[in-house]
Design a protein around this ligand. Structure first.
Ligand SMILES: [Mn+2]
Length: 292
């Protein structure tokens, strides 16, 4: 008999129905405002495909987390082509639906502007929510290429909605953004400051409120580890740098959802896709290990 793994996150045919799952994976193949190397729309399929090769047992947590929490994967959510503000609203609605059903949302982008809609929804459920942003860029431009809903403005929109933000991994910021960070006293750790120990993982967790939403722009990683991004920036964090942050934040704060965005797959080069898939499964494990 010939069978194949189901095409869902992790390729699981058990503990993957909507009803029995605490976690819902939301694939958004969208990259309309991307400015450099396009392709983030290809990321959800590439990450889900790679996830089917991820080992279900986590050797660090010593558990098969999926069978404890259940992980359901939505079909790809097709973009709203009327424009970026409609797309943001679509994301918000999907998040409200999923969180309203008591589920934990995990969004796979797609470009970073999607996060605006996600945080708008999360703030309804958790008014004190803060956002941990792992990113090479500050994404604090007032607007970019004539839209306020650009990937380059995502954190500015979020900050304006009265949400505290903390960013780590920065190594490219405009003058305008740098001034905005200083005048608003935003916690913004450059990649170098974190790697060289100027900021610790404790400092990062301290900068956040009790309920936290995490957004991971894949360009936070060193491009030698993750070359498949729209805007590769030299330097950057490694796999263990990121895991240390996530471990600390999830153990001290209540993480209520997260996203992984801006992967732009390179055909024939699966390492970045696989890292993203493993990162998602690892972070699900970190978020839920306390409550098992
Ligand atoms: Mn970004």
């Amino acid at each position: 008999m010939y069978t194949s793994l189901p095409f869902n996150f992790l390729g699981i045919d058990e503990h993957s129905s909507f009803e029995e799952s605490k976690v819902v994976v939301l694939p958004f193949p969208y990259d309309s405002t991307t400015s450099y190397r396009a392709g983030a729309r290809e990321a959800p399929i590439a990450i889900i495909n790679a996830s089917r090769q991820v080992e279900l047992y986590d050797e660090e947590l010593e558990i098969e987390i999926y069978e404890k929490v259940g992980i359901h994967t939505f079909k790809e959510i097709m973009p709203d082509m009327r424009g970026p503000e409609h797309q943001v609203e679509l994301v918000r609605k999907v998040f409200v639906e999923v969180m309203g059903a008591g589920k934990f949302p995990v969004m796979i982008g797609g470009e970073h502007s999607l996060t605006i809609g996600a945080v708008r929804a999360v703030k309804n459920f958790y008014p004190d929510v803060s956002v941990l942003q792992l990113d090479a860029h500050t994404d604090l431009r007032k607007e970019y290429e004539s839209t306020p809903y650009s990937h380059a403005s995502v954190m500015r929109r979020i900050f304006e909605s009265d949400v505290k933000i903390a960013q780590v991994g920065v190594r490219n910021s405009s003058k305008e953004e740098d001034e905005f960070i200083k005048s608003n006293h935003i916690f913004s750790a450059t990649a170098r400051q974190y790697i060289y120990g100027y900021y610790s993982v404790e400092d990062i967790a301290d900068a956040l409120s009790d309920n936290v939403y995490i957004t991971i722009d894949m360009d936070v990683f060193d491009p030698s580890e993750v070359p498949a991004v729209g805007t590769p920036e030299p330097g950057g964090l490694g796999w263990y740098h990121i895991l240390d942050i996530l471990q600390e934040v999830t153990s001290r704060r209540n993480v209520v959802g997260f996203d992984v965005v801006e992967l732009a797959p390179i055909p024939g080069s699966p390492a970045s896709d696989f890292l993203a898939a493993k990162l998602i499964y690892k972070l699900i494990g970190y978020c839920f290990r306390k409550n098992l």
